[in-house]
Ligand binder design. Structure first.
Ligand SMILES: C[S@@+](CC[C@H](N)C(=O)[O-])C[C@H]1O[C@@H](n2cnc3c(N)ncnc32)[C@H](O)[C@@H]1O
Length: 236
């Protein structure tokens, strides 16, 4: 456990956001976030191992899917620095079988070479948009994975087709902010979301960042014309 940090992102994920977070997500993605999380956790769970972690777990939807898929004897850790978001995660039936850890993912409280699997969903944009910070953060994930361990990342992306990309950016700027703010009452949080979506990396650029952080065998699947992407990478 670490003390509460004074991080601006942590403040965004306040109780106001956490209570309505999943509903707003499902509405804004027309339910696609559920299908994408399931797809990522199905792929991720095939690799085996006994130490799994969902980082920036938030309200724990991805961690809960992992818990359901994990063979007996597997420990599923869920890490986040927002106590408000994790309080929602702990209410889930699967929460009883999850080890919740309050920590900043930039400095993980795990030993070197200790995890078989890391997953993360819809959080890369929140960690930071800077290439340097993301590379260092992913290098931290690389440190705690065992050789052969895998990191799966699900995040919004930049559709390769210019028309689809423009449509997504118009949607993010014109609808995400007002709809998210109206439903949650947390205007700054959804202004932040609308701000980061058009500025985030393409799937190819994110793959390069993962390679710079030391990951091998980096590959990705585009989802819904590239609106989102699942990246898979391995520690050699
Ligand atoms: C948009 S939510 C995503 C939550 C969840 N993974 C999901 O798929 O819905 C982003 C989460 O990342 C967490 N977060 C952002 N930066 C973090 C950091 N440096 N360390 C730990 N948690 C962080 C926030 O507190 C928030 O709960």
């Amino acid at each position: 456990m670490i003390p509460e940090t004074d991080n601006a992102v942590e403040k965004i994920f306040s109780p106001k956001v956490s209570r309505t977070y999943e509903l707003v997500n499902h509405l804004l993605t027309f339910g696609c976030d559920v299908l994408w999380r399931r797809k990522m956790t199905r792929l991720a769970s095939r690799g085996g191992g006994t130490e799994w972690a969902d980082l920036c777990t938030g309200t724990g939807e991805t961690a809960a899917y992992l818990r359901r898929l994990a063979p007996e004897g597997t420990t599923v850790h869920a890490v986040d620095f927002s106590r408000a978001m994790m309080a929602e995660a702990m209410k889930k039936p699967e929460g009883k079988g999850i080890d919740f850890v309050v920590a900043d993912v930039k400095a993980l409280p795990f030993e070197d070479n200790s995890l078989d699997l890391i997953t993360m969903s819809f959080a890369t944009r929140n960690i930071n948009l800077s290439r340097e910070v993301l590379t260092k953060t992913f290098a931290e994930y690389h440190r705690v994975l065992k050789p052969g361990g895998r990191f799966f990342n699900l995040e919004t992306s930049q559709p390769p087709n210019g028309w689809v990309r423009r449509l997504v950016h118009v949607f993010a700027k014109g609808l995400v902010k007002p709809i998210g703010a109206a439903l949650s009452g947390a205007r700054p949080a959804y202004a932040y979301l609308a701000h980061t979506i058009p500025r985030f990396y393409s799937a190819d650029d994110l793959a390069d960042i993962l390679r710079d952080a030391g990951f091998e065998a980096v590959r990705f699947k585009r989802l819904l014309f590239g609106v989102a992407a699942i990246h898979e990478s391995t520690k050699d």
